[in-house]
Ligand binder design. Structure first.
Ligand code: SF4
Ligand code: SF4
Length: 77
């Protein structure tokens, strides 16, 4: 399981940043970006986002290779 921001839906309102207890979200080019090394998938940002711009994702192993976060890099291909 992982988490991602749907950039097209993100308004840059920062509600998710305020809601995250782990300071795992920042704005880059006015869009929320989640640091997967800090995120523990608590879901607080998903509830805070009024735009449904944050979603939990189930990644296939082939996609894991392309993620920058190390947290899920241990999956075997
Ligand atoms: S709460 Fe949603 S819309 Fe607002 S900055 Fe975060 S992801 Fe974007
Ligand atoms: S799931 Fe929890 S820890 Fe991860 S970015 Fe959202 S609020 Fe922060």
């Amino acid at each position: 399981m992982s988490i991602r921001v749907i950039k097209e839906k993100c308004s840059g309102c920062k509600f998710c940043i305020k809601a995250c207890p782990f300071s795992a979200i920042k704005l880059v080019d006015k869009k929320a970006v989640i640091d997967l090394d800090r995120c523990n998938l608590c879901g607080a940002c998903i509830e805070a986002c009024k735009f449904d711009a944050i979603v939990l994702t189930k990644l296939s192993p082939s996609k894991i290779d392309f993620l920058p976060g190390k947290k899920i890099g241990r999956a075997h291909v």
